[in-house]
Design a protein around this ligand. Structure first.
Ligand code: MEV
Length: 418
């Protein structure tokens, strides 16, 4: 199946869904879940407290993605115009030179146990490390299922930190959470080992909680963008200058990384993942040596642009809302991913595509034209344009620089009256 679908954006919603259904083998129930505002109230009522309804976002499909030699259609839930189009556009350019290549360091999450009131914190650290195997064993007792799937607590780290109230010992459980996001498994383990850690250190444990700085669970992606495909040497130079700007200036870097997360968070929401966890991980990872871009850009010996991304990716395909929200289930089916690893790899590629598209637009014509075009499309449809009329109304509105509903109506009338 090929994810390169020229003119996908020109199809009606029904036609698009039909194409996606063919691509992903969706059945009637899947289709119904997507079009019938899929999250039932009784399910929503079990997901969080005090439910009074559900809240919806548009679900779009980014096309053209070729990742590690496999074609993907990527579902994205997002309110912002141009993001889905930009990702698809970048993916189309990347696939001309082979698409995205990715890497994943494994599903290792960090759980933190905060040990306080220690007279001798370094001796306590010694005791924790000396009892490493027992701590691991106790942690794994609470999740035999995870262990049977090949996961579980793998290692223990201990650090003495200086705080405003004195030294503390911070114990890390390193847990392979396999295909889950992992918060439940990790938090349970932290709570389980806490009394033992208190006993061997003589300290008092307070916090026992996962760290969202998932520095051992990194997803990486790389793509080469052919200079002739992306608009020539000047575009390459413009993107390099944009990257240099972000790398040198936190005010710009925040926006640079925000653009990356436009893609990644939209995928997280579509698949029912905890997008706040992934956001927190991304920005905290970006600031580990001073706030920096999550992507890098270089020019290779042929003058082509080489982009990479490295970002923590605490994502799951089991647990949480991934299997409870029917639309999230369908999103995973559209993606065709079976493991957290594959979802993480796709997310990294999407983040890189999103960032490349933003930099290319910013370094050339700016992003407003794309935004305005989409806005014009909406207005044309609101004015009653259908089929080919939409493109013609948009074209005239953009050319005349009048993107307004009254003008859309006027143009449509003009077109219809020949
Ligand atoms: C807008 O949501 C995202 C951008 O601002 C990202 C960027 O500036 O790199 C376009």
């Amino acid at each position: 199946m090929n994810s390169r679908i020229p003119g996908f954006y020109k199809l009606s919603v029904e036609e698009r869904l039909k194409r996606v259904a063919e691509f992903a083998g969706l059945d009637e129930d899947d289709i119904k879940a997507v079009i019938s505002h899929g999250l039932p109230l009784d399910v929503a009522d079990r997901m969080i407290e005090n439910v009074i309804g559900t809240f919806e976002l548009p679900l779009g499909i980014a096309t053209n993605f070729l990742i590690d030699g496999k074609d993907y259609l990527i579902p994205m839930a997002i309110e912002e115009p141009s993001v889905v189009a930009a990702a698809s556009n970048a993916a189309r350019m990347a696939r001309e030179s082979g698409g995205f290549v990715t890497d994943y360091t494994g599903s290792m999450m960090i759980g933190q146990v905060q040990v306080t009131k220690l007279a001798d914190p370094f001796a306590a650290k010694f005791e924790v490390l000396r009892h490493r195997d027992e701590i691991i064993e106790k942690a794994n007792e609470c999740d035999p299922m995870l262990v049977s799937l090949g996961g579980g607590c793998r290692d223990v780290e201990a650090r003495v930190i200086d705080t405003i109230v004195g030294k503390m010992l911070i114990v890390h459980l390193l847990v392979d959470v396999r295909d889950a996001m992992g918060a439940n498994a990790v938090n349970t383990m932290c709570e389980k080992v806490a009394p033992f850690i208190e006993r061997i250190t003589g300290g008092k444990v307070y916090l026992r909680i996962i760290s969202n700085l998932a520095a051992y669970r990194l997803a990486r992606a790389k793509a080469v963008f052919d200079k002739d495909v992306i608009g020539g040497e000047e575009v390459v130079e413009g993107i390099m200058l944009a990257y240099a700007f972000a790398a040198a200036d936190p005010y710009r870097c925040a926006t640079h990384n925000k653009g990356i997360m436009n893609g990644i968070s939209a995928l997280m929401i579509a698949t029912g993942n905890d997008f706040r966890a992934v956001e927190a991980g991304a920005h905290s990872y970006a600031s580990m040596g001073g706030y920096k871009p999550l992507t890098t850009y270089e020019v290779d010996s042929k003058g082509n642009l080489v982009g990479t991304i490295e970002v923590p990716m605490a994502v799951g395909v089991i647990g949480g809302a991934t299997k409870v929200n029917p639309v999230a289930k369908v999103s995973l089916k559209i993606l065709g991913v079976k493991t957290a690893e594959e979802l993480a790899r796709v997310a990294a590629a999407l983040g890189l595509a999103q960032n490349f598209a933003a930099l290319r637009a910013l370094a050339t014509e700016g992003i407003q034209r794309g935004h305005m075009e989409l806005h014009a499309r909406n207005l044309a449809i609101m004015a009653g344009a259908a089929g080919e009329e939409v493109d013609r109304v948009v074209e005239i509105m953009v050319k005349d620089g009048k993107i307004r509903l009254d003008y859309a109506r006027e143009v449509l009338e003009r077109i219809r009256s020949g």
